[in-house]
Design a protein around this ligand. Structure first.
Ligand code: AOF
Ligand code: ZN
Length: 357
């Protein structure tokens, strides 16, 4: 007897290959199974390109094509029913004469949202949905957060000493985490659509905020600069990659820099979320400073906190952010650094053990 969970897990593995390449679309994987044998596999590989189901059908060998009407399609997301950048997957499923489809999550995207399942059911196709649902939600937590809660998925990231210091008192730039941790952070930057820092971090650290130690997409960089005091010589302004400067004075675009006017007497995070929603930005990594990180924590506006505890010794310094209503779910040793992962106590997307982070 074969296990349907195993095939769905295979869909997740395939889906994951699209990590960092498909946003703002979800990562999706599909397998075709005939009497316990996998006869086709596919995943959504790149934004704007074919969907997982289509790639899965295309992978079926000539000699196995006659098996399609007696095969089961496993897919980690409800097949789409709309004409987007590609035709609807439901249409292709009907053309291939598939009789049974097993789905993990329903698609929350307005143009689909149950319509794919409904259409297939109307055509007499047997549907099972919700298999390994929590795992699927975790895999595409950025996509689900954006569509269900109308805000980006928020990851807070920082480094601190074991005594809880975030930086030296004089705010001088001080590399605390080791090279391997830095590389991991660059990998994370390729997985998120945008990266945010506060005014003082931009000024004192002069960070580039890009991914140099890992290959992949560069995140949109965003900085708060209320009265436009940041010098144009900062590294984040000098490499011709897009930056948003949130300020209260101007609203225009100068080459790669977008000056975006917001009202600093109102809740700035909510205004930022609205802007990100409009720009179809699914996820945000916040990299400091401590004050900005703390305001996300205090407003309960975060999904994951990832922080490095480093071996440096500082006898005094700026206090690192303090988490509350948080739940630890994973720890990793990275040579001399310890990396801790937290979600909120009642997270929108709980971490299912065994899933990749
Ligand atoms: C699927 N299979 O592999 C993916 C789906 O612009 P398009 O045509 O690429 O459509 C994007 C939407 O399609 C996306 O927002 C999500 O709702 C769904 N993604 N659906 O059947 C897939 N990636
Ligand atoms: Zn589709």
């Amino acid at each position: 007897m074969y296990s349907s969970k195993l095939f769905m897990q295979r869909c997740f593995e395939l889906a994951q290959k699209g990590s960092g390449l498909v946003a703002p679309n979800p990562m999706v994987g599909a397998v075709l199974v005939n009497e316990g044998r996998i006869i086709g596999e596919g995943w959504h590989q790149e934004f704007g390109e074919a969907h997982a189901e289509v790639n899965c059908f295309e992978s079926v060998k000539e000699e196995d094509k006659e098996l399609l009407p007696t095969s089961t399609l496993y897919v980690s997301l409800e097949p789409c029913a709309h004409y987007g950048k590609t035709p609807p997957c439901t249409l292709r499923i009907l053309q291939e004469k598939i009789k049974e489809v097993i789905i993990c999550n329903k698609d929350p995207f307005d143009a689909v949202n149950g319509k794919g399942i409904e259409l297939l059911q109307q055509e007499g196709i047997i549907i099972q949905s919700g298999l390994l649902k929590e795992e699927g939600l975790w895999l595409n937590r950025r996509f689900f957060c954006f569509h269900q809660h109308k805000r980006p998925y928020i990851i807070l990231k920082w480094a601190q000493t074991q005594q809880g210091y975030f930086a030296p008192l004089d705010r001088s730039r001080f590399q605390m985490s080791n090279h391997h941790s830095q590389q991991l952070v660059h990998h994370w930057r390729t997985q998120e659509a945008a990266i945010l820092v506060g005014f003082k971090t931009a000024l004192h650290d002069d960070p580039q905020l890009n991914a140099r130690l890992w290959q992949g997409k560069q995140p949109l960089r965003i900085v708060f600069d209320r009265t436009l005091q940041l010098p144009s010589t900062l590294k984040m302004f000098s490499d011709q990659a897009p930056v948003w400067v949130l300020n209260e004075l101007r609203d225009d675009v100068q080459e790669s820099i977008s000056y975006v006017k917001i009202d600093f007497s109102e809740n700035v995070l909510q205004q930022l979320f609205k802007l990100l929603y409009k720009a179809n930005i699914l996820s945000l990594i916040v990299e400091g400073g401590a004050g900005l990180l703390q305001s996300f924590i205090d407003e309960g506006l975060w999904d994951e906190a990832r922080f490095f505890e480093t071996a440096n010794l500082l006898n005094e310094g700026l206090q690192a952010p303090l988490l509350h209503h948080a739940q630890h779910y994973f720890t990793n040793e990275i040579f001399s650094d310890k990396l801790l992962f937290y979600t909120q106590q009642n997270p929108l997307f709980p971490y299912p053990s065994g899933m990749p982070i």
